[in-house]
Ligand binder design. Structure first.
Ligand SMILES: [Zn+2]
Length: 110
């Protein structure tokens, strides 16, 4: 990544972006796609694991609950959005629609 890109990302997202890239580098993100073309990222963080759908703007982690007015996105949302955005179709594992719906019910909507 070019230095000016890194500076711009840091300006937009604060220190969460650095943590997000650490999660990606650590291989903590798995991507899934259902036949109905819904995408979700499974993010393994230090404090737990989280399911983040494509386009999500919320997360169930404590950092998001405590900081979302200050930092709009936590590292899980940023890592998921970045991975989903740059990954090829073959980097997604397939998941049944029923499993995907269950994840959305249990982990995404509060
Ligand atoms: Zn989070």
């Amino acid at each position: 990544m070019r230095r000016e890109d890194a500076v711009a990302l840091n300006w937009m997202f604060g220190t969460s972006i650095t943590s997000a890239f650490e999660l990606i580098d650590d291989g903590s993100i798995s991507l899934f796609r259902s036949p109905k073309n819904k995408c979700v990222a499974h993010v393994i963080g230090h404090s737990g694991d989280y399911w983040i759908p494509a386009g999500a703007t919320t997360c169930q982690c404590m950092a998001f609950k405590l900081n979302h007015l200050k930092d709009k996105y936590c590292k899980h949302i940023l890592a998921a959005a970045f991975c989903i955005g740059i990954s090829d179709a073959n980097e997604f594992q397939s998941m049944a629609d029923s499993d995907m719906e269950q994840i959305f019910e249990q982990h995404v909507f509060q």
